[in-house]
Design a protein around this ligand. Structure first.
Ligand code: PEP
Ligand code: MG
Length: 322
């Protein structure tokens, strides 16, 4: 099996009946870049920028960030790199920057909410990204977007920083993509509206499941409710993919579910364009997809949307994929 997978390293990913899918890798720090290059991934689907803030004793400067983004873009040699703006807050606290203590940090002041309020920090990050863009194929995404005005405001700030840099003569790539993470149920439900304005979606199932099921993703007492295959989750994912495709926009998934062998057949059937996962899952997932027929998975996906429970979907997939 391992040998078969090694052969897949330099291949693209097609289903048994020839439909193409992209498989990318997630990274949480520059240390992960080597394993991404080794993994056979077709790009980086999620670059978590929190490490720049967490592994530091000060707010990362524009130049520090620029170096990290440039390194990632150059490392993959023109392949797409999706960099997420900072997702600090929630459970991620910093010693040098005290955020207010909250009763419900996962429902509180975090990610894009901080970026839009303390926009000096956001603008620094955007300038670093814009300057790095000439070194590769940059996609930028905003985490925890709940409403359209949040996306519009983030985009406006991005455009302002871009114009300022351009007027100073700084070179910026002209094909940067701007997207959102779909990880809050409100944006999954309103995906048709978002699809008209964003360049791409990336579904963050780690949070989407937690918020849809109202079950803390790290709390063992409610982990039985953390149900990736619950038809409620699958219907949200289905809605996002359909809405995006009506506007010819790309849909990726960068939560754990994208590399989960039970979920992958259903996601293939729903027509997800890009799967982004930990580097070690890339080849097993490519191998799995090569054995699946898209036409069969479409039927499987439709059936799974009509199931009653998480367990029924698991049983359906296990009985269909031998
Ligand atoms: C997610 O929420 O699915 C995700 C990929 O982001 P994180 O795990 O960093 O919250
Ligand atoms: Mg998330």
């Amino acid at each position: 099996r391992k040998r078969e997978q090694a052969k897949l390293k330099n291949q693209t990913t097609e289903s048994a009946d020839g439909k193409h899918f992209d498989i990318n890798a997630n990274i949480g720090s520059p240390k992960d870049l080597d394993s991404v290059i080794e993994s056979g991934a077709e790009g980086i689907g999620l670059f978590r920028t929190e490490f720049l803030f967490i592994d530091s004793d000060h707010l990362p400067t524009e130049d520090e960030q620029f170096s990290a983004y440039k390194a990632a873009l150059q490392a993959v040699d023109g392949k797409p790199v999706t960099i997420r703006t900072m997702d600090i807050g929630g459970d991620k606290q910093l010693s040098y920057w005290k955020l207010p203590k909250e009763d419900n940090p996962f429902l509180g002041y975090r990610a894009i909410r901080i970026s839009l309020k303390q926009d000096d920090i956001f603008r620094t990050q955007l300038r670093a990204l814009l300057r790095a863009s000439v070194y590769g194929n940059l996609w930028i995404m905003f985490p925890m977007i709940a409403t359209l005005p949040e996306f519009r405001q983030a985009k406006k700030i991005y455009e302002e920083e871009k114009d300022k840099l351009l007027s100073k003569g700084t070179k910026i790539a002209d094909d940067i993509k701007l997207g959102i993470m779909v990880e809050i149920p409100a944006s999954a439900v309103l995906a048709d509206k978002f699809a008209k304005e964003v360049d791409f979606f990336s579904i963050g199932t780690n949070d989407l499941i937690q918020y849809t099921m109202a079950a803390d993703r790290g709390n063992d007492s409610v982990s039985y409710l953390y149900q990736p295959y619950n038809p409620a989750i699958l219907r949200l994912v289905h809605n996002v993919i359909d809405a995006a495709h009506k506007e010819n926009k790309v849909v990726a998934m960068c939560g754990e579910m994208a590399g989960d062998p039970v979920a992958v057949p259903v996601l293939v059937g729903l027509g997800l364009d890009e799967f982004s996962m930990s580097a070690s899952s890339v080849l097993p997932t490519r191998s799995l997809i090569k054995h699946l027929k898209f036409s069969d998975m479409k039927k499987l996906a439709i059936e799974s949307l009509d199931k009653d429970t998480n367990q029924e979907v698991i049983d359906l997939v296990k009985n269909s994929i031998k």
